[in-house]
Design a protein around this ligand. Structure first.
Ligand code: PGA
Length: 231
């Protein structure tokens, strides 16, 4: 059973997202665990749409405190209250645009677990780091910090930054090498993410140590996502 996660990022109106969630739920999804990640403002609506279905949903981020003076932030308790089961932390867009460090991401993952959320913790090297052949070193360092003091199930998502939203997927041997390496460091599920689409998903899912996919662009289109989740 693979974990197929759709990260909708800052896309879709509320009604568009409810329609997409409804269509996803109409497929027979017994083979895999399917989780969608709508924007925060759509979570309450999506929780109604997906009630009594086998599609799970989660938040794209959360704060590391449960409450307090953090204008604009959303806490793990709040998203758990809406029925979220998963939360993405440390996505490269959060690292890049919101300057999140591995230490902050670790605090978010710890907080998520204490609210009974399963964190999907993103790691991955930048293009210049891969070109300098430092990709393993970078990912190892990230994993060592982001997984500190996590005492329950979590998920790692390996997303090479240069492959996200670029149409430039990592090759099977690059994915295989990195997932095998991460497996020596961590026994939890490892997802691959970065320009996964309806054409390349099968090959990627067949790679050893790939326990699922984190999909951005292709998760917004039902024709593409339904094929991937029902492989
Ligand atoms: P992408 O995004 O599939 O559009 O490359 C993946 C992600 O950001 O998780």
């Amino acid at each position: 059973m693979k974990l197929i996660a759709g990260n909708w990022k800052m896309n879709l109106s509320l009604s568009q997202s409810e329609q997409l969630a409804k269509k996803i739920s109409e497929y027979d999804n017994r083979n895999n665990i399917i989780v969608v990640f709508p924007p925060f403002t759509h979570l309450a609506g999506i929780s109604e749409t997906l009630r009594n279905t086998n599609i799970l949903y989660g938040a794209q981020d959360c704060h590391y405190e449960n409450k307090g003076a953090f204008t604009g932030d959303i806490s793990p308790v709040m998203v758990r209250e809406l029925g979220c089961r998963y939360v993405i932390v440390g996505h490269s867009e959060r690292r890049n645009y919101h300057f999140e460090s591995d230490e902050i991401i670790n605090k978010k993952a710890v907080a998520a677990l204490s609210s009974n959320l399963i964190p999907i913790i993103c790691v991955g090297e930048k293009l210049e780091e891969r070109e300098a052949k430092k990709h393993k070193e970078i990912v190892e360092k990230q994993i060592n910090i982001v997984t500190r003091n996590l005492d329950r199930e979590y998920v790692i998502a390996y997303e090479p930054v240069w492959a996200i939203g670029t149409g430039k997927t990592a090759t099977s041997s690059e994915i295989s090498e990195m997932h095998e390496f991460i497996r020596t460091l961590d026994k939890n599920k490892i997802l691959y993410g970065g320009s996964v689409n309806e054409k390349n998903y099968q090959e990627i899912l067949n790679i050893q140590n790939v326990d699922g996919l984190l999909i951005g662009g292709a998760s917004l289109e039902i024709e593409k996502f339904s094929r991937i989740m029902n492989f």
